[in-house]
Design a protein around this ligand. Sequence first.
Ligand code: NAD
Length: 440
Amino acid sequence: MRISVIGTGYVGLVTGTCFAESGNRVVCIDVDEDKLANMRNGKIPIYEPDLENIFLRNIKEKRLTFTNSLSEGIKEADVIFLALPTPPVEDGSADLSYILKVASELGELLDHYTVIVNKSTVPVGTVEKVRAVIKEKSKIDFDVISNPEFLREGFAVIDFMNPDRIVIGTESNNAKKIMEELYDPFVKNGSQIFFMDERSSELTKYAANSFLATKISFMNEIANLSELVGANVDQIRLGIGADERIGNRFLYPGIGYGGSCFPKDVMALNHIAGENNYIFKILEAVMSVNQIQKTKIVNKVTKYYNDNIEGKVFSIWGLAFKPDTDDIREAPSLEIIKELIGAGAKVRVYDPEAIKNVKTYFKDYQGITYHNDAYEALEKSDALIILTEWSVFRSPDFAKIKKNLNHPTIFDGRNLYELKVMKTNDFYYESIGREIVNSL
Ligand code: NAD
């Protein structure tokens, strides 16, 4: 098939590359000229494991091309995917301007039957809006359908190639047939395509992300309570996760959820509820718990130094909102760094992939130094603070950590280490929802 993907970010690039890999001709369309120039030169604009090889192979085999021209890009398309941003606006709702602008342009340009598939995460009723905008300008027969994306950054290729499920919202038999054909190579392992009405499909995506965010906030509250009653949240996690009804995934407490999806999607769902005069009490609690959780680690640090961290130097391991990505959108690390610096401390930061994005984000901000080596970042520091659970941090050289730090002190926002290992290695060690090791 001939596929066009409008918006070549995390979702669009993975979608385009994976559809090219299954034999389709894919044109990726974007407005970001730098990104396009890099991609044409075989430079992948994001860090995403397993993507680069298939990206390069499909460029070489001319199944994957790039353009800034919408009219060129959709010329022969059988299917057009929209993978455009839907960032939050001030009131928490999703900004649909990117999608509606492209819809209006498509209305001018369509000259043959095409299935327009929305992959962006959008409020209920967006497909109807897109259809109306196109119809206003076009006499051509077309379908607009919903196909929310569930890939996880860091596992995007695996998730796209072997999805848990594919959700498609449409009443059009023609579009259904085309989608079945397009996704057939990806459901050979038995995954299911759930066809449903558009509105349910749009709400499914928000419900999924909000449920996951709820799990995280719930575990963060259990962790906070564990600290107060002298329990260990990791043991509780195992104890409840063995119950199949609960499941053992997404039960890790930490420094609050971040990323480009959970915060905005929870807010957007809450906004949808509000617009319909429904108070979604759980979501309000989820958001407020998350906001508080982001400050927990800074509170632990400042409390340890008797509420005065002025002049202290902290090493930070991990900046991306989660491991295996360079994405720092809504990463808790950004707020934590600002709070530490705001209280008079300095930070020395290291991340395997996100340093470049963090440097761009903080620009001329004073008080941060960037390091390409985790152990170098520890030098001249009073303590190490761990914010992202990259696997390279899981079995570090504790002797070297101790040697490089001014004091053997670790604040771990991701519970990477066994308490007894930290005891043996003689670290002062504070984590989330567990006892403090070698407490003074
Ligand atoms: P992104 O910001 O990484 O990518 C969006 C791309 O669209 C950018 O490259 C931007 O330059 C381009 N763009 C903007 N306006 C354009 C226009 N008029 N024409 C062509 N290109 C244009 O965003 P993303 O993370 O890929 O997310 C896209 C959508 O998918 C969002 O709605 C998001 O909520 C949803 N989603 C994201 C993820 C994820 O893990 N990132 C997962 C599932 C769903």
